[in-house]
Design a protein around this ligand. Structure first.
Ligand code: ATP
Ligand code: MG
Length: 320
């Protein structure tokens, strides 16, 4: 495989999961954690699990939550030299309560946590120069400082012909952050590989037209090279332009026991991007990413469902 170094940057946090369904946050209940989390961290760990070079940029506080996160990432093989430990704020946290298998509520402490202090000045440009690809999560665009750092990082990676992937990862709890909306459009402009969920596609229509195929058409004609739409238990689809025509392929979701959906999208994206950049075909990258997502939902904890190439191949061969 080609040796490509994939970086990502953004929120590093620990997560606490409600033990019982319908527990909510309005009365005392049991929570399990801390689990290392943050969409970029899960993505980076999945890239490393597949044995590709993975570099993560961000901030944690000078506390055990931060140390837990860094130690786990290091253990996974992620290059953690771009993670700064700061004294000004504690490590970010998220509390998650499941209403059912699909609907979750979150309480986030991110913009005011250590990762909210990450700025362009924390970026290790030497380390960034070693990366040929940057993956951006929309959930990371939560502060003007982080957005600034993101712009700088995209500029550096693009300046040496690197590529950009983008997962909007929109959380309803975060959409009221004023900088976020504009930043989503900014990142989209530089995106080569776009990896939204089915429900997020219409958000990126330039008109009132929310028909999925129209939005896909528009985005591909605006220069995005690959669009991969995640459809949860229904699977995923890939679209690109081939001689001016849309070429598409689809995979249906693999049967799996759903224990915890958090992280599926991140593992899916990491697997798709890693394999595509390593030279796998779009069809094969999509099938492997689909298996990686199915494996992710069957483990409890955001970063506990990572899979190796062998696990993915075993799942795929058992379903044929
Ligand atoms: P999130 O809401 O956490 O950001 P997402 O929308 O980014 O999630 P999903 O569509 O939930 O991502 O999951 C990503 C991929 O993982 C799906 O496209 C599919 O390939 C796989 N997957 C997710 N849930 C299931 C499931 N219940 N059964 C089988 N495969 C699944
Ligand atoms: Mg997601």
């Amino acid at each position: 495989a080609m040796s490509v170094n994939i970086c990502t940057m953004g929120e590093l946090l620990v997560e606490f999961l409600s033990r019982n369904p319908n527990q909510g946050f309005t009365q005392p209940g049991e929570f399990i954690g801390p689990y290392p989390s943050g969409a970029p961290a899960i993505f980076a760990a999945q890239v490393a699990r597949l044995d590709y070079k993975s570099t993560l940029f961000g901030c944690v506080g000078n506390d055990d939550f931060g140390r837990l996160n860094i130690e786990r990432l290091r253990h996974e093989g992620v290059i953690t030299d771009g993670i700064t430990i700061i004294d000004q704020a504690p490590t970010g946290t998220a509390f998650v309560s499941y209403r059912n298998q699909i609907d979750r509520d979150f309480i986030f402490n991110i913009p005011n946590s250590a990762c909210g202090h990450f700025t362009a000045k924390h970026l290790d440009i030497g380390l960034l120069n070693q990366c040929q690809h940057i993956h951006i999560m929309g959930s990371s665009l939560f502060s003007f400082r982080m957005i600034d750092a993101m712009r700088k990082a995209i500029e550096v990676v693009k300046s040496h012909n690197g590529t950009v992937s983008f997962d909007p990862n929109i959380r309803k709890e975060m959409l009221n952050i004023p900088e976020m909306e504009q930043a989503l459009d900014y990142v989209l402009e530089y995106t080569d590989i776009f990896i939204p969920s089915e429900g997020e596609v219409s958000h990126f229509s330039s008109s009132q037209d929310h028909c999925e195929s129209d939005v896909v058409n528009e985005l591909l004609n605006n220069g995005i090279k690959h669009i991969v739409i995640k459809r949860g238990s229904k699977g995923a689809s890939h679209y690109r332009l081939c001689n001016g025509e849309i070429s598409e392929c689809h995979v249906s979701g693999l049967a799996t026991r759903v224990v915890d959906p958090t992280g599926a999208g991140d593992c899916f994206g990491a697997t798709f991007v890693s394999l595509l950049l390593a030279g796998y075909s779009e069809e094969k990258s999509l099938a492997y990413a689909n298996a990686s997502g199915a494996l992710a939902v069957s483990s409890r904890g955001p970063m506990e469902g990572l899979s190796s190439l062998t696990q993915i191949e075993n799942l795929l061969s058992s379903t044929h």
